[in-house]
Design a protein around this ligand. Sequence first.
Ligand code: MN
Length: 258
Amino acid sequence: MTSILVTNDDGIHSQGLVSLANALEGVGEVTVVAPDREKSAASHALTLHRPLRLNAWRDGYYMVNGTPADCVYLGVVELLDRKPDLLVSGINRGANVGDDVTYSGTIAAAFEGTILGIPSFAISLVGSQPYDFGNASRVAIKIAEKILDNGLPKDTLLNVNVPSGEIAGVRTTRQGKHIYEELVHEGIDPRGGKYYWIGSGEAPHVDQGADTDYMAVRGGYVSVCPLHLDLTHYEALEPLRQEWEGDLEEALKVGRSL
Ligand code: MN
């Protein structure tokens, strides 16, 4: 029996998670391990300095008082008898494109799955309330089936974004830019202390090429962006070698006593 681990970063009570798990029931045996509360923008954090609890919530659903990466790690290493055949993270409320990739707990869960050797993808629904997860759930089924049939390239996960409304098509994309307005809300709490609340105002969009994830979803296309764990910027290696190595060695007086 095909085993599928499902998680998210919006928390176990998120409708996107339930829609995804229900949709994947037809593809394999689904186990849900998700944070007990919203952990959006938790990125790839692991909880190392306090105890974690893994509690059954309802049939096939478990919740963890931790991050999405905690959920994947505990689900795979502790809960399941064997490694799942597939890990799916989502369906996130809101897009995860461009720079969102480095903040997203949804995508980090798929990174964690990839590190553990499990074919993984993250899926997000573009837009805002009210969310309709129908199309994104259908997309998730098709991508799950395709990965189970064909696998994924080594150390590669898929970051899938589904537009709200009618789908114009599917585009394989590269990571673009997602620019937010630099916004901090400042207020005074009931005891007179000042607080800050990081905002997320949308900045005017930048035309960045039709082959980016950002532009694909703007055009109504499903974006399928392959990501890998190696963040090295290979084009920067040679210029840095030439311009930095010698200067730094000189500054550090390498080979001479300081
Ligand atoms: Mn989220």
